[in-house]
Ligand binder design. Structure first.
Ligand code: FAD
Ligand code: DLZ
Ligand code: SF4
Length: 524
């Protein structure tokens, strides 16, 4: 009586529910490298290398424990190259009598799994994924019939439920739930962010990297700077490195951006958390311990814990609550194709260039770059949410649909009409100028909203696109109290100025669609 226990590439966790109660003598673990998972979007090369290396290391660790593992390598000629195909093949070959698996992180894989019983003729048990801090039952109960879901209230519930940063049942540490107001500083010129710990590829990772270069040569990104942790031990070292060297200033500079500083004081633990190498509660407890021992201030620790206990759990809840219809909404009617420079980085907008080129080289950009630079541009320019979602799924090492979609579709693009956030995160160049030093070296002038003849530098595209965006959606935003202010400001502007900005926006956007090398006709 063999039970086949299927472990997916983002389920490399020893505590996985699919492995609970495993019988080492009779059960068989199946892990399968398959082309279909590597190509359903053309993931960044580093993401594929990370997942396959983590899978190989995890399989080795299970074997070292005495468990039986059937591992399908991508280049094995017998490999059917799909999850369902490998489950059917190995179930047949091993004479398995039932299959156990943990709920996957993406809707499309759950749909596929629901067909495995018919495919194999065996009972398939899909267990809840216990690696999250909020079960779906709890999230559904919290969401209930609420008209409007808000992360902040969910987060408070989670603080109460876990006791993280709590002094008493209704007493948050420091007397407040949230210290976000302290977390909006630009980087001080004298501050040099410490470089995060890098994990040099071992033999297993190098083998996988060669495989990726061979099999997925046309995928986005480069492998040269690959330095991700690929085992649970390394992921813990990455967390410890963050807590020791960057956590203390994580809060202050959480929203900052700087030329040549791709990681600032961020943790870089998203990729490890999302493929199962790091436990979210372990990350939160490590940060809380640093606060209690006086090694990091409360604004930093609360800010970090809010990202993991609050945002990460909240977006997962929204995803499973709203899928599959969520993905197809397009509240702002955005239809423009994604500009080519999202792939090439060839743009004269310094902020966009920095975010895109580091994404190509590192499979990483931090939250404010994703939200307020590449996301904000896509929002203002009215780019088709499906194309933007695909880009975010492709380019980041931590991208899985359960977390990518609510962040992109909901938070960045407002395509869900306000499920995730009560107002669009739209901003002009002034925001980017306040939070970064990108504008200083930019071909555009952040102080201008329209280009002027004879000027050396044309207007910052974020400026005229912002006002064009507000104008296009003025009727809708006028009904939203949180957007009423820019709509009123626009109404008070001189009509000629508004017309000039709209004209400039139209020319710029037409240039984007034509794939013009110069995006802004107003710039020299
Ligand atoms: P830190 O800034 O150090 O934060 C610590 C951890 O908090 C992160 O590792 C992550 O696990 C969690 N976290 C922080 N913000 C969020 C958030 N908004 N939602 C969920 N978890 C959060 N995150 C992903 O994990 N995968 C994605 O595919 C993804 N796509 C995004 C797309 C857009 C448009 C935006 C705006 C955000 C996206 N995020 C995504 C959220 C966030 O940007 C990343 O989690 C973060 O940048 C990862 O880097 P870090 O580990 O250094 O994070
Ligand atoms: C992301 C990924 C990649 C690149 N490759 C594999 C793979 O070969 N085998 C596998 O089991 N999982 C892989 N994954 C992770 C899956 O895409 C992930 O489990 C689903 O998207 C559900 O979150
Ligand atoms: Fe970005 Fe505009 Fe600043 Fe250039 S001027 S870096 S485009 S915000």
């Amino acid at each position: 009586m063999t039970t086949l226990r299927v472990v997916l590439g983002d389920q490399c966790s020893r505590g996985l529910s699919a492995l609970a109660g495993i019988d080492p003598a009779r059960d068989l673990v199946l892990m399968a490298e398959v082309r279909s998972e590597c190509t359903y979007v053309k993931h960044h090369k580093q993401k594929i290398a990370l997942v396959l290396s983590a899978m190989r290391h995890f399989a080795d660790a299970l074997r070292a424990e005495g468990l039986r593992v059937a591992y399908s390598r991508l280049d094995d000629p017998a490999n059917t190259q799909s999850l369902a195909g490998e489950v059917a093949r190995i179930a047949r070959e091993s004479g398995a009598t039932r299959i156990i698996v943990t709920q996957p992180g993406e809707w499309r894989v759950l749909e596929d799994m629901r067909g495995w019983e018919a495919l194999t003729g065996l009972p398939v048990e899909i267990r809840e994924d216990g690696r999250f801090l909020c079960s779906m039952a709890r999230f559904r109960a919290w969401a209930g019939e609420k008209k409007q879901l808000r992360m902040e209230f969910f987060y408070r519930e989670m603080r109460r439920a876990t006791g993280l940063l709590m002094e008493a049942p209704d007493e948050p540490t420091g007397g407040a739930w949230n210290f976000d107001a302290e977390n909006r500083k630009p980087l001080d010129p004298g501050v040099k962010p410490p470089r995060p710990r890098r994990f040099a590829p071992d033999d297993t990772t190098r083998d996988v990297m060669a495989l990726v270069e061979r099999e997925f040569a046309d995928h986005f990104g480069t492998l040269d700077a690959f330095a991700w942790p690929v085992t649970a031990g390394e992921a813990r070292q990455a967390l410890d490195d963050f807590v020791a060297h960057r956590l203390a200033r994580f809060g202050d500079y959480q929203d900052a951006m700087a030329e040549g500083e791709p990681t600032l004081f961020h943790a870089l633990v998203g990729a490890a958390l999302n493929c199962g190498l790091l436990d979210p509660m372990e990350a939160c407890r490590a940060a809380e311990a640093a606060y209690r021992q006086g090694r990091a201030p409360l604004n930093a620790v609360e800010g970090f814990i809010r990202q993991i206990l609050g945002w990460r759990e909240y977006v997962r809840g929204i995803y499973w609550l709203r899928m599959p219809a969520y993905r197809d909404t397009n509240a702002l009617g955005a239809t423009r194709p994604l500009p080519w420079f999202y792939w090439s980085g060839e743009t004269r907008m310094a902020c966009m260039r920095a975010a895109i080129t580091q994404t190509r080289d590192l499979a990483y950009a931090h939250h404010i770059q994703r939200l307020m630079v590449t996301g904000n541009f896509a929002l203002l320019a009215g780019i088709d949410p499906a194309e933007v979602n695909e880009w975010y799924m492709v380019v980041y090492a931590d991208a899985y649909e359960w977390v990518e979609l609510p962040n992109t579709h909901g938070m960045a693009l407002h395509a869900d009409g306000g499920v995730m956030a009560s107002k669009p995160y739209a901003a002009s160049g002034a925001y980017i100028n306040r939070m970064s030093d990108h504008c200083r070296g930019c071909a555009y002038d952040v102080k201008k909203a329209t280009g002027q003849k004879g000027d050396k530098r044309g207007a910052c595209p974020f400026n005229f696109l912002y006002w064009d965006f507000i104008s296009r959606h003025a009727e809708r935003f006028g009904r939203n109290p949180r957007m009423a202010m820019p709509v009123r400001t626009l109404a008070k502007m001189a009509p000629e100025k508004v017309a000039a900005m709209k004209q400039e926006a139209a020319a710029f956007l037409a240039g984007l669609e034509a794939g013009a090398a110069t995006e802004n006709p107003g710039a020299s």
